[in-house]
Design a protein around this ligand. Sequence first.
Ligand SMILES: [Mg+2]
Length: 417
Amino acid sequence: MSTTDRWTRRRFLGASAAVPLGCWATKSSAAEREPSRVKIDRIEVFPVRYPTVGYFKFFQGQDGSYGRPAVIVKLSADDGTIGWGQAVPSHTWSYETLETDTIAIRDYLGPTLIGRDPLDISGAHAAMDKALAPSFTTGMPIARAGLDFALHDLAGKLAGKSLAEMWGLSRGGPILLSWTVNPQSLDEVDKLIDDGWQRGYRNFNIKVAPDPAFDAELARRVRRRVPEGFLWADANGGYAPDSALEAAVKLADAGCDVLEAPLRPNRIRGYQALKKQGALPIFMDEGVVTPVELEEFIRLGMLDGMAMKPSRCGGLASNKRQIELVGEYGLAWLGSGLSDPDISLAAHLALYGAFGLKKPAALNGPQFLDGSVLSRPLVIRDGFAEVPRGPGLGVEVDEGKVAELVRRAQAAKKTRT
Ligand SMILES: [Mg+2]
């Protein structure tokens, strides 16, 4: 390790353990509050692709399209109140796609919510569990997250409370952001860092795997430019078990602070070996959807911490419990996302703000995406994101902007066929 004031493994794990516990389960209990006078009346879905800026490996469509797929969800109550959500699939990140999430929400998960009390979010999740059976864990979790965000937005708007207020927490923020460096060759690294530096970013996450030698050189170059920044390597499950052990040592020597998702999550013994090796704190991401497998993986000694992202986890209810769980086990958590556009990003900011996230969050939607469906865009400035104020997710959606994105997505599809 260099002499810079970076996070040592022990400091990192110790500093991230303190989180408030157990507030959602009690506050949301249907048995402890009056049923709502209104019912969920209607669900509409809008499949779109947000325009993108720069290269990112998860935005390439299978049919020559490029852009960030998203299914915007509009949940209406019978008194006219509206909640907005957004599912953010990427078929090169997980098996969910723009098309399958649209169908899952419109034809399977969504219909189970019609007529339900919009304040009963845990009841809504129980109903959705029956509508689409699980595999290893909750099925179609990204689609589920789109509905969960809309449910939280609707419940907050009906109650006149922000998410933090619904949870009995303070709003928190602003959220410090990390800049993603995903070079296709090492020649690009300096330019990619400069792009972030000029926008006020001082902390960086790098996309690594499958080649430990390339990755170590990438990490060295970033570390040389930002000796004080938090440097977070994410392999997206891309190493083989042997090369992951080699990569962990090389990335530690090159100055990385954490290694996320070195292996696919079903490589249980591989994760155990990496944690035991102790070269870097090992974080998990892909494949951890519910608190159930998270606790199993913790008890199996597979990880030092979790990269949170409600968009991966079936939504805020699940991910909030996971933040509490890692705190109970004295482990660490980082704030991350799925290159979330505006509505999904607002949900992430609300969660991370309420739980007092201090370390840089890998929320790179503002870096890679262009366009917004919000009446007032989220405030992203000098490498920080403000946590939105106001009821629900704290954002207002401009339906004209949604219609325009839908029109553009349809026009692009026609051009390709
Ligand atoms: Mg990741």
